[in-house]
Design a protein around this ligand. Structure first.
Ligand SMILES: *Cc1c(COP(=O)(O)O)cnc(C)c1O
Length: 462
């Protein structure tokens, strides 16, 4: 196929079911914002026109997945759907021991409550927030060891999700017996959806082997990561996506997974392992918190949907449309001069709110102010990833410390929005950019002690 044709290739599916959406008028949007205390989590989804809050659990299912729902075997034990789920996971990832859970964070909870002792350390390229929370809840220390190239938002370094292997080796060497496992998150969600290279996986595994520590992959976006490997790693350019996935996972001893991402399902997850060392303990706990090991908190039909989704996500035409669609949105914004994180990652475009709104100081939450402006302008819901989500109080001075980055994430659900929808989103962002001087900072008027971004209330600063 010529490059020209691949550039204009549309969605590799046609639409069979539609769900109407509508844009409330400007007065209604203003009313919703006010009622929600300027927190987009508090706006009912029916008042949102284009919902880019998250790519988690928001995928559209295929006709085959809907058919799979009708094949649900809701037997308490030994449901046939468990066996097709287990077979799919084994075939794709190569791990014999498969433990279903209802979300990815339960896989994390099971793992860390089993293998971690207080004071022990878990290195990762960047821990996702639920991973960090589960490590810290078990008394562990979550350490992020991302390559230095990732800090430069403008650098086009192809694998900004890579782990800094030298610092990993140093961490392992200095903490003998205190690192129960090493994790690698692919793609790196908290770091902009940036991929991890196959070379890096190999090097991380070599360091782990030297110190006899298992490597567990956070596999939420395993297919998107494989697509980037094929695109950017010369040795893999003629490989199929499935062969790249299989190669990557031969270096791992297990994985945690949220099927709400690259499982193309609305709920579900799993923990899969190569060795049986932890399995009995894990299953004992599973029965306590999720259910019997052949359903783990899921209905039989959900297991069947995931088994199917894990295969569909490997379709090269699907992946190239998806990654291309997000890249296209990013390029429109770049062309309009909007500051975004580069290169564009696998599941979202991240706006750099500090440079978008240089007149709003970090203490006035520029990313929150921008995300409110996007909803006000066009009914687009994004998510703040900045001072509201990650701001911390200095224990000595009581002053709030702003995080390094103030980002607004436009997260693209899988198979849900067309390029026309995303062109509209680009126009809304560009309109806000043209009128950026009028966007004011916000202050918090109400907040919870933990995870305040979900429920905080704000007011505009005059
Ligand atoms: C979503 C996510 C999780 C947690 O999965 P849930 O299904 O939301 O519990 C863990 N790690 C990463 C990288 C994720 O994106």
């Amino acid at each position: 196929m010529t490059d020209d044709l691949s550039r204009i290739l549309p969605e590799p599916w046609r639409v069979k079911v539609v769900e109407p959406i509508q844009l409330p008028d400007r007065r209604a949007r203003e009313k919703h914002l006010k009622k929600a205390g300027y927190n987009l989590f508090a706006i009912p989804s029916e008042a949102v026109f284009i919902d880019l809050l998250t790519d988690s659990g928001t995928s559209a299912m295929s006709d085959e997945q809907w058919a799979a729902m009708m094949r649900g075997d809701e037997s308490y034990a030994g449901s046939r759907n468990f066996f097709s789920f287990e077979t799919a996971v084994r075939e794709i990832f190569g791990f014999p021991y498969v433990i279903p859970t209802h979300q990815g964070r339960v896989a994390e909870n099971l793992l860390f409550s089993t293998v971690l002792k207080p004071g022990w350390i878990v290195p990762n390229n960047t821990h996702f927030d639920t991973t960090r929370a589960n490590i810290e809840a078990n008394g562990g220390i979550a350490v992020d060891l991302l390559v230095p190239e990732a800090k430069d938002l403008d650098s086009e370094y192809p694998f900004k999700g890579n782990m800094d292997v030298a610092r990993l080796a140093e961490t392992l060497q200095k903490n003998p017996g205190k690192v129960p496992l090493v994790m690698l998150t692919m793609t790196n969600n908290s770091g902009g959806g940036q991929p991890v290279s196959l070379d890096n996986v190999r090097a991380v595994k070599a360091a782990c082997e030297k110190y006899d520590v298992p490597l567990i992959i956070d596999a939420c976006r395993f297919a998107e990561n494989a697509f980037f490997i094929r695109e950017r790693e010369p040795a893999c350019q003629n490989w199929s996506i499935i062969s790249i996935v299989r190669e990557v996972f031969t270096f791992a001893d297990g994985c945690t997974m949220s099927a709400k991402k690259d499982g193309l399902a609305n709920i579900g997850g799993f923990l899969a392992l190569r060795h049986d060392t932890w399995v009995q303990n894990l299953k004992n706990k599973l029965v306590l918190i999720e259910g019997f090991p052949t359903y783990g908190g899921l209905a039989g039909r959900d297991l069947e949907v995931i088994a199917r989704g894990l295969k569909e996500v490997l379709d090269e035409r699907y992946l190239s449309f998806r990654i291309g669609q997000i890249r296209r949105l990013g390029q429109r914004l770049i062309d309009g001069g909007v500051p975004i994180v580069r290169p564009v990652g696998g599941h979202a475009v991240y706006l750099d709110a500090r440079r978008f709104l240089p007149h709003v100081p970090p203490s006035q939450y520029p990313a929150q102010a921008l995300s409110v402006a996007l909803y006000r302008e066009g009914g687009v819901r994004s998510v703040e990833i900045g001072g509201v989500m990650f701001g911390r109080r200095d224990p000595k001075t009581g002053q709030e410390i702003a995080p390094e980055l103030e980002l607004v994430r436009l997260t693209i659900p899988r198979r849900v929005y067309s390029n026309t929808h995303l062109d509209y989103v680009a126009e809304v962002v560009l309109e806000c950019f043209r009128n950026r001087q009028a966007i004011r900072g916000v202050r918090i008027v109400k907040q919870a002690p933990y995870l305040r971004h979900f429920t905080a209330e704000f007011e505009a600063i005059a």
